[in-house]
Design a protein around this ligand. Structure first.
Ligand code: URA
Length: 439
């Protein structure tokens, strides 16, 4: 190795505000993947990047190096269909991938989706899918390719060979206060998404109390950076800024969110969830080139619900991945909690706010999510029938149903949920959900 690529030289250059070369960035990513950089050196450079930032060219070089860190990128060139994916920066009650992916696949656009698990207050698509008995998210790259060829749809977990550098770097960022850096977030998200073999990408970047980036200006900055880097890497990309002040839909918790997604596929989805679903799906179909306008995309997506083709795609995917597709018609086959206890309103009036973060922390107390990556999750617990902002309630009326498997957690989570829902005299504003399209 040339001395210019010694970790301490690269760290010192970024510490002093220099722009790193592609070679230096590749050396860092190689060091994270093969262990040739020590954790303290990786962490020091992460902090220097956090403090000094990165140019667009550096961010693209970091993304490309991380995307190629496993030596392979999924090759889906055998697939004749256009390939589109969607990624959300994470929210509360955000189950959209579960029903959006089959809707888009039913429109003739393949959806190769590699998702993550929940961590902290946000849920993860893989945990939700695993609440379907038997559902296997651990397909090999070969199985993933084969299923996409047959169904045009696969929802799986990260494989060991795709973008492995992110796993190492994310785990260090998590414990060194370097998560909230736009270039590092961009490279982390895009390295994984672009390794999937997609043609186009649509991002749901959330802002508000339950979002990873609570501040809207910061969320917009992240969305613009994600779109710029992905587009520069040859993948047409758009981002939608959406509000995450109150949870999406009325269900929060793994099996409860699967149930709500099935309702969406049956044409009975909550209005807010469907609004974001259509906004994302429209962009996916337009970018994939199967329609010319968002209006035409909307009509096509609506037809997948009214004709049942999206529900059938969802069934086929569950079967292909070893799951019990009977959950679609018989939700009692999903994991059920021991206690299902309604939370009653103590005041009459209007629901003025439902704090998404408060709801998420209450769900975490029930065991629906994990505080550390190795923690198990309880698929059955969470909340259903959550009240929405602007709804009228009477004293004793239902604000939610708490699903719990532990009596102490039931009491504590119910108190936390009660604190998260404010009922008052004035009607209150329903926040605008789909705020802006970027790209
Ligand atoms: N999600 C990711 O995958 N990576 C980040 O850095 C942040 C959110």
């Amino acid at each position: 190795m040339s001395t210019a690529l010694f970790p301490q030289h690269v760290i010192a250059r970024k510490r002093d505000g220099a722009t790193l070369s592609t070679e230096e960035i590749q050396s860092f990513v190689r060091g994270a993947t093969d262990g040739s950089w020590a954790d303290y050196q990786l962490s020091a450079l992460l902090m220097a990047i956090f403090l000094r930032g990165m140019s667009a060219v550096e961010t693209a070089a970091l993304t490309a190096a991380m995307m190629n860190s496993g030596g392979v990128v999924a090759d889906l060139s055998n697939l004749k269909l256009p390939k589109a994916d969607k990624h959300s920066t994470g929210g509360v009650g955000d189950k959209i991938s579960l029903h959006l992916a089959p809707m888009v696949a039913a429109c003739g656009v393949a959806v190769p989706m590699i998702s993550g698990r929940g961590l902290g207050h946000t849920g993860g698509t893989l945990d939700k899918l695993e609440s379907i008995p038997g559902f296997n998210v651990n397909l090999s790259l070969g199985e993933y390719r084969a299923q996409l060829g047959k169904l045009g749809l696969a929802l799986i977990g990260q494989t060991a060979e795709l973008a492995p550098a992110d796993k190492k770097l994310y785990s260090l960022r998590d414990v060194t206060a370097t998560v909230e850096s736009i270039p590092l977030i961009c490279a982390s998200i895009l390295s994984k998404k672009l390794a999937e073999g997609i043609d186009v990408l649509v991002l749901d970047v959330k802002f508000g109390r339950g979002a990873f980036m609570a501040d809207k200006a910061k969320a917009r900055e992240l969305a613009e950076a994600l779109v710029a880097v992905a587009t520069a890497m040859g993948k047409p990309t758009r981002a939608i800024l959406t509000a995450m002040e109150q949870p999406l839909g009325r269900g929060v918790g793994n099996a409860l969110e699967v149930l709500e997604s099935i309702e969406c596929l049956k044409g009975r989805g909550p209005a807010d969830t469907m609004e974001v679903t259509y906004a994302l799906g429209e962009q996916m179909l337009v970018l994939a080139g199967v329609v010319q306008s968002t209006e035409a995309a909307r009509a096509k997506l609506e037809a997948t619900i009214s004709q049942g083709s999206a529900l059938e795609k969802f069934r086929e995917m569950i079967r292909a991945q070893g799951g019990d597709a009977r959950v679609v018609d018989d939700p009692a086959r999903l994991p059920q909690a021991k206690w299902k206890v309604p939370l009653a309103a103590r005041h009459r009036g209007y629901v003025q706010s439902v704090d998404a973060m408060g709801v998420a922390l209450a769900a975490l107390r029930l065991g629906a999510g994990r505080a550390k990556a190795a923690d198990p999750v309880d698929h059955a617990v969470g909340f259903s029938e959550l009240a929405k902002v602007g709804e009228r309630v009477e004293v004793g009326g239902r604000l939610a149903v708490v699903h719990a498997n532990d009596e102490v957690a039931l009491v504590e989570a119910t108190r936390m949920l009660d604190n998260a829902i404010v009922v008052g005299e004035a009607r209150g504003e329903t926040p605008r959900l789909v705020d802006e399209v970027i790209g």
